[in-house]
Design a protein. Structure first.
Length: 188
């Protein structure tokens, strides 16, 4: 928990990136599918890197950090796939986003159950995970609902998940202030 709380900024940065992506998506709903593919690719790639950063920061705690590594790797893979194969159809992209959102949601819920042992307010991460999981299920069930409608849903999802993730980051920051890391003495 000490390592995770000292790196609370990773969670806040993840949330900020999600909110920025969501705002850009909502402000430009008429963008072409090619631009959406590239925007999603960049977002998923950066989010994957940030998720792996959080996992690495807490790997020595013996907890379920591997779920975050898997979620991060899936985000990176989704991002790279959109860059290497930008001609994906709208349905294929939406299914890819759906799978990514479901796995990311599960990873967030697993992480929240680990955090509940040491901080309060972990419900935000559970809620963000459930939101991500529900969003993924809806997109998997109705991938052909229309690209414009999905752009708006993607933007709204990213903003909501980003706000909740920032809340968790600041809870971790508060925990670190209440539980400062022990100072190591350097005696010769």
């Amino acid at each position: 928990m000490d390592v995770l709380s000292r790196n609370w900024g990773w969670m806040v940065l993840r949330g900020v990136v999600a909110i920025l992506f969501g705002i850009l998506t909502l402000l430009m709903p008429g963008i072409t599918l090619a631009v959406l593919v590239l925007m999603f690719g960049a977002y998923a790639f950066v989010d994957g890197l940030l998720m792996i950063g959080v996992a690495i920061a807490r790997h020595d705690r013996g907890s379920r950090w591997f779920a975050m590594i898997i979620g991060g790797l899936l985000g990176i893979a989704a991002g790279l796939a959109t860059f290497f194969w930008p001609g994906l159809t709208a349905v294929a992209l939406l299914i890819l986003i759906a799978v990514w959102a479901m796995v990311t949601g599960i990873a967030m819920i697993v992480a929240a159950f680990e955090l509940r042992k040491v901080i309060t307010g972990e419900w935000r991460l559970v809620l963000a995970g459930l939101l991500s999981l529900g969003f993924g299920v809806i997109m998997a069930v109705r991938p052909g609902a229309g690209a414009l409608a999905m752009v708006l849903w993607i933007g709204a999802y990213a903003i909501a998940a980003g706000i909740l993730t920032i809340g968790v980051g600041f809870r971790l920051r508060g925990w670190s202030r209440l539980h400062p890391a022990p100072q190591l003495s350097h005696t010769a």
